[in-house]
Design a protein around this ligand. Structure first.
Ligand SMILES: *Cc1c(COP(=O)(O)O)cnc(C)c1O
Length: 366
């Protein structure tokens, strides 16, 4: 095989992660001379008419893809999902109030840690002691909710632990969800949520952009000391341009939304995502070398951690997989092992090649 300059490896990176090749090709084609204007899109004012059109089209396409009702604002912010750990608290509560949190992995635990700086956290359920291999039941969550809690926060897909909720928790308060690694992966009902947030660099676009989808009746509850750029209401009123937004990430995410619509939308990509993850989990389950510790019902369709029975083979597995063009399979440093992130932009064929490689590796080292 000749490695031309356009060679694209199979990229299983957890984030920043794979982007659709067609999107990168289009971005490259219009990089120097965007829209016939003799400049790139990242070299113009965010307040110029052509950029405002790019921004509005991206929002409209996201609204179409996710079926976002009109009574929700869509914000294109910065600071990553990590800043939202604080933003949701400063926007939805006052200092003397409390909020409920579910801890199902490393990201929800980080959200708890940040929230504790600003309010009292009611930790309604945690699977930490059991190793983060499943999610609590609706009944366990409900039993510990307090009527004083201002919202319920959870993470539908734990990117590091590969643990996903197989249901949407119910509560008599706004539901706040960190969708960073599973937004646009399968259909959801936006009206189930008060706030949905997601860093772009997993399943949407390049790093630097954070999507926040917030019910409009939650826009005017921010604390007086909430920084303006973090204030949902102020950002919504300013079309997310209170200050300079991440214009290139916004543009590129817009191209990803167009690509997703061309693929048939979220329903169509969800079918492929389920095929991909089933193929990989069944390869893991039917082998003697590989294993995945997550309860079957809570296995992520986006992030698939797996462990080799003989850990001394880890380095060899990574070396050979890279040589084969299967990149970034090393598990997160906190949990070890391997992890294949198989976001929307990772094609079915890439997962087929991974499964084939895993099988051959097992035969060689059995
Ligand atoms: C990656 C990730 C984050 C952190 O995102 P940043 O953009 O780096 O702040 C938070 N939550 C989840 C679920 C993630 O996957």
């Amino acid at each position: 095989m000749s490695v031309a300059s356009d060679f694209r490896a199979d990229n299983f990176s957890a984030g920043p992660a794979s982007l659709p090749t067609a999107v990168l090709e289009r971005a490259r084609a219009e990089l120097l001379n965007w829209d016939g204007r003799g400049v790139s899109v990242m070299e113009i004012s965010h307040r110029s008419k052509p950029f405002i059109e790019v921004a509005a089209r991206a929002e409209q396409n996201l609204r179409t893809l996710m079926n976002i009702p009109d009574d929700y604002a869509v914000l294109f912010l910065q600071g990553g999902a990590s800043l939202q750990f604080s933003s949701v608290v400063l926007n939805l509560t006052q200092a003397d109030q409390s909020a409920a949190y579910v801890d199902t992995g490393i990201w929800s635990a980080k959200a708890v840690k940040e929230a504790k700086k600003y309010l009292s956290v009611n930790l309604v359920a945690s699977t930490k002691e059991a190793g983060y291999h499943s999610v609590p039941t609706q009944a366990q969550i409900a039993a510990n909710l307090s009527s004083d809690d201002q919202f319920l926060h959870y993470c539908p897909n734990e990117t590091i632990n590969g643990v996903a909720f197989d249901y949407v928790p119910k509560a008599d308060m706004p539901l706040v969800a960190d969708f960073s690694s599973v937004i646009l992966a399968e259909p959801i009902q936006v009206s189930d949520f008060g706030v949905i947030y997601a860093g772009a660099q997993k399943n949407v676009g390049p790093a630097g952009l954070t999507l926040v989808i917030v019910k409009r009746d939650l826009l005017d509850k921010a604390r007086d000391n909430c920084p303006a750029v973090m204030n949902y209401g102020l950002q919504a009123a300013a079309d997310s341009m209170l200050n300079t937004p991440a214009t290139y990430s916004w543009y590129l995410s817009g191209l990803v939304f167009e690509w997703l619509i061309e693929q048939g939308g979220v329903d169509a990509i969800a079918k492929i995502n389920h095929q991909k993850s089933q193929m990989l989990y069944s390869a893991i389950d039917s082998s003697k070398l590989y294993s995945n510790p997550v309860a079957i019902a809570n296995r992520s369709i986006m992030n698939v951690p797996f462990y080799l029975a003989d850990e001394s083979l880890n380095a060899e597995f990574l070396r050979q997989s890279e040589e084969t063009g299967l990149l970034h399979l090393k598990g997160h440093r906190t949990v070890g092992g391997m992890r294949a992130s198989i976001y929307n932009a990772v094609p079915l064929e890439a997962v087929e090649r991974l499964v084939q490689f895993m099988h051959e590796f097992e035969l060689k080292h059995a």
